[in-house]
Design a protein around this ligand. Structure first.
Ligand code: FES
Ligand code: FES
Length: 899
């Protein structure tokens, strides 16, 4: 152990470092610097950036001994001591530059180094300085704006519905005080590591586990034999099929077979390659075709088909056969990794006969209910206390780390912590489904759609996760937001020996949109019709039945989205064509695509409950159980509640998700929280307001806070609200909202969602036809959000979704066993996201709180197809497999020339 002495945030510090031990480890473990985040531990993500001698370094790949005699600065220190950084953090809040906040310390530290040297940087300089820090949430644009505008004036905050107020939990994110999963455990917690299968499919057996535990000084080894309840979990009751620990056969590479638990120091040094397990690999099936012919993986799922989805309206085949023009194509997408910067982490403790699980999740109540079955405990014996979540995007809906630490804490009666390595996270948690899709469509001479047929096989991996949701949601959405008289969509979710595919922003809809929009471009080419005009002509509208026969009478917003793009479209198409007419190897292109998305569960109950109370001394407390994973639920739901109650936002105190004290607001997924939990918050606010007015005998009035809670009636008389002391709340209300839906019949006809959101996006880009590289110039994103409860957060969602759409289109493909890290798996960096023009369209929905619709998934659905459309416009290359990497673009250019 080498003793090192240095200055930490202006104060003398000492620590010991073993060998090449990393600076990040020493700072977090020994010096309590939890503002130094670990996203990859490999120098790929920049979350751990600190200043060493004034220069930014990745603390995870910097030996701690290099700090000897140096000044080390982290975000909390910089914020406390450097006025420049204090101003910069304000700018981050003002611009909404932090969403989940896990990358924010790395961003701010890097920006601080830049601004100290150059207080007036331009965008390229900001991009250069922040280029080593990855963000999966924001799309970087607001970060760039905040750094450039770091000295800008503070804007007055407007917390009403429609006000672009800064997020209510923003300060702790930008000041490095936010607590994520690995920041929460007590220092004396035991450490757990998971033993995983190195094979796609293998039988296995254990050696002498007791002897290994004794030799290595472990406290416990867990296997399937140690699960007291159901050794299975899942998210859909009829499809609970994934073992906590595999029993005898591991069905995907990365599957958990055991866990080892011991003291922290011991576990760091433990060599897991000596763990007594023998593997007997078997031939794996990694694609749906191979899996259909392989051995059956789950009972009752013949040919490994987990489930099918189907929607039929009219006679698609006949309509296509009689169409004036037809087009068809086959398309392929790969696994996409969520790549949140915070790997799964948390801890469990045994408290008074109950298990408490503290860490990141998107679905506290669902986690509790599944854990009760696994632990064989009543639900009341389990408490889920979520920390902040450093990005989720769907994958943190499923259980992952929780059963392991819960089982260990229950057995040992001691706190047990776990943090997944980046490779643990990527190899074992859910992915976006790879899709193989075939689309056929026809159109009349005038360009009206005449028949549409979609067939899709989705690789759902070894276990179900959200596969059934994907199989059922895609047929409903594969139409896109268009009017189809004759339509059929068939899907299958097929088990393979791959990591389970689950929920990822869109549940299969982004994949389907790639195929559908490309075939629509085919029809436009065949007809010689402008691509945007074709979409306008065929856009769904009020009074026109959707593919499932649902008719809306006033909230269909796709045409306004397309109209919003039209001026930029006409200008950009003209400019690209003028540029291309000059010849040369660089070609410009413009593309357009649409998307829609039903908010909430498909034809299933989907309730949220929100509770609030007023204390005896007039404080207003909102129990807000909708997980804020960076999208802004804490702020938006509080804004809606405050508006309904009639009080300023700053008067609302939040109690966040905690299964003991916060009612079930459902999971954070399916673009449901603003719509569903927002409605519950509105009803709760209205109920509380009614009670306040009743207590003062006022029919209406303005709630005030001078000298206690008051109501000033329309006649100007102020009434004191009599509030009883001595209870938790003098007045309280809890209201539930469940969207009205109807089941789908055997042809998929019915009312799957009460509300859809709509979007149209346009991409401008340049293709280097000699290299196959694509440089994006601008994305224009028009979104009908019903009512923008908080326009700044809406824009933040759009930017983040567009960035993920760029990744889907151009660079991301997870290959099991080959890309389990962030240097082989590429996500967009700050240099990959061009300026984004956000066009917020507000076609209010009668079901939405103040007219609001959901937005979370809509934002990336049209991005990839719009980019592919633009590549084709630029070069003629018809891309049928994403990502459109340079080799695929070049091949498609060649194919287009030969055609
Ligand atoms: S944690 Fe250091 S670069 Fe990712
Ligand atoms: S805000 Fe950047 S990763 Fe979430």
């Amino acid at each position: 152990m080498t003793k090192i002495a240095f200055t930490l945030n202006g104060r003398p510090a000492e620590a010991g470092a073993a060998g090449l031990e990393r600076l990040a480890t020493v700072l977090r473990r020994d010096l309590g610097c939890h503002d130094v985040k670990i996203g990859c531990d490999a120098g790929d993500c920049g979350a751990c950036t600190v200043l060493l001698g004034g220069a930014p370094v990745c603390a995870c790949i910097t030996p701690a001994t290099l700090a000897e005699g140096q000044a080390v600065e982290t975000l909390t220190g910089l914020h406390a001591t450097d006025p420049l950084v204090a101003q910069l953090t304000k700018a981050f809040e003002r611009h909404g530059a932090a969403q989940c906040g896990i990358c924010t310390p790395g961003m701010l530290v890097s920006a601080a180094a830049l601004l100290r040297a150059n207080p007036a940087p331009d965008e390229p300089q900001v991009r250069d300085a922040l280029g080593g820090v990855l963000c999966r949430c924001t799309g970087y644009r607001k970060i760039i704006d905040a750094v450039i505008d770091w000295r800008g004036a503070e804007a007055p905050q407007d917390g009403r519905v429609g006000g672009a107020v800064a997020r209510v939990d923003g300060a702790r994110k930008v000041e490095g005080r936010e607590v994520f999963g690995d920041d929460a455990p007590p220092a004396d917690a035991l450490v757990l590591r998971v033993i995983r299968s190195p094979h796609h499919l293998a039988r296995f057996g254990f050696g002498d586990l007791d002897a290994y535990a004794k030799a290595e000084g472990l406290d416990l080894i867990l296997t399937a034999a140690d699960v007291p309840g159901l050794n299975a979990f899942g998210v859909i009751p009829a499809f609970v099929d994934q073992p906590v620990y595999a029993e005898g056969t591991a069905r995907f590479r990365g599957e958990a077979v055991a866990a080892v638990i011991g003291p922290a120091a011991r576990m760091t040094a433990l060599d897991l390659s000596a763990f007594p397990v023998s593997w007997h690999p078997e031939p794996e099936a990694l694609t749906p075709e191979a899996a259909r012919a392989a051995g059956q993986m789950h009972e009752g799922r013949a040919e490994n088909v987990m489930c099918r989805g189907f929607v039929k309206k009219g006679e698609a085949e006949e309509a296509i056969a009689s169409a004036f023009v037809t087009a068809e194509g086959s398309f392929q997408t790969g696994f996409i990794e969520h790549a949140y910067i915070e790997p799964e982490a948390g801890f469990a403790r045994w408290e008074n006969g109950r298990v408490e699980i503290i860490g990141g999740t998107q679905a506290p109540q669902m986690n509790r209910d599944s854990l009760a079955l696994i632990l064989n405990l009543p639900q009341e014996a389990i408490r889920i206390l979520p920390t902040a979540v450093g990005g989720g995007f769907g994958s943190k809906l499923d259980l992952s780390w929780q059963p392991h630490v819960a089982l260990a804490a229950m057995r040992l009666k001691r706190p047990v912590r776990v943090v997944y390595s980046r490779s643990d996270s990527m190899s074992s948690t859910t992915k976006r489904h790879p899709a193989q899709m075939r689309v056929r469509a026809g159109a009349t001479k005038e360009g009206r759609l005449s028949g549409f047929a979609f067939d899709g096989a989705f690789n759902t991996g070894a276990y179900a996760s959200w596969g059934p949701t994907v199989a059922n949601r895609v047929p409903v959405h594969a139409s896109g937001p268009y009017a189809h008289a004759d339509y059929v969509a068939r899907t299958e979710a097929v088990h393979t020996n791959c990591v389970p595919a689950g929920a990822f922003r869109g549940f299969g809809v982004p994949q389907a949109a790639i195929a559908q929009e490309c075939v629509f471009d085919d029809l436009c080419l065949a007809l010689g019709m402008d691509r945007l005009e074709f979409r306008l002509l065929n856009a769904l509208d009020n009074g026109i039945p959707t593919a499932t026969g649902q008719v809306f009478d006033g909230a269909v917003g796709i045409k306004p989205c397309l109209e919003a793009l039209k001026p930029a479209w006409e200008e950009a198409v003209k400019a690209a064509e003028a540029f291309n007419a000059q010849g040369g190897t660089l070609r410009k292109g413009v593309g357009v695509a649409c998307g829609w998305y039903g908010c909430g569960n498909t034809s299933l109950p989907n309730p949220s409950t929100i509770r609030a109370g007023i204390t005896g001394d007039g404080r207003i407390v909102l129990h807000q159980g909708a997980m804020d994973i960076g999208q802004g639920a804490n702020t938006v739901i509080a804004q809606i509640f405050a508006e309904a109650l009639g009080v300023p936002l700053e008067k609302v105190e939040l109690i966040g998700p905690d299964t003991d004290v916060t009612p079930d607001a459902g999971k954070t997924s399916a673009s449901r929280q603003t719509f569903v939990s927002g409605n519950a918050a509105r009803l709760t606010g209205l109920a509380l307001r009614a009670e306040v007015l009743r207590l003062t005998n006022c029919a209406d009035g303005v709630i005030g806070f001078e000298g206690g809670l008051t109501v000033t009636a329309p006649d100007g008389i102020r009434h004191h609200v009599p509030l009883a002391e001595g209870m938790d709340y003098a007045i309280e209300a809890a209201e539930t909202y469940d969207p009205p839906t109807l089941p789908l019949d055997k042809n998929g006809q019915g009312v799957p969602y009460a509300v859809y959101g709509y979007t149209a996006q346009m991409a401008e880009l340049t293709v280097d036809t000699t290299l196959g590289t694509v440089v994006l110039t601008r994305i224009h994103a028009a979104h009908d959000v019903g009512r923008a409860i908080n326009p700044m957060l809406v824009e933040g969602q759009i930017h983040g979704g567009v960035a993920q759409g760029i990744g889907l289109a151009l660079m991301e493909e997870y290959i099991p066993g080959r890309t389990d890290n962030l240097h082989d798996y590429l996500i967009p960096t700050i240099g990959d996201v061009p300026p984004i023009t956000s066009l917020i369209v507000e076609v209010t929905d009668p079901h939405g709180p103040y007219g609001a619709k959901g937005l979370g998934e809509h934002v990336l659905i049209p991005t990839a197809p719009a980019i592919l459309s633009a590549i084709r416009h630029a070069t003629g290359a018809r891309i049928t497999r994403v990502p459109a990497t340079p080799d695929r673009v070049l091949a498609a250019i060649r194919a287009a020339k030969e055609a």
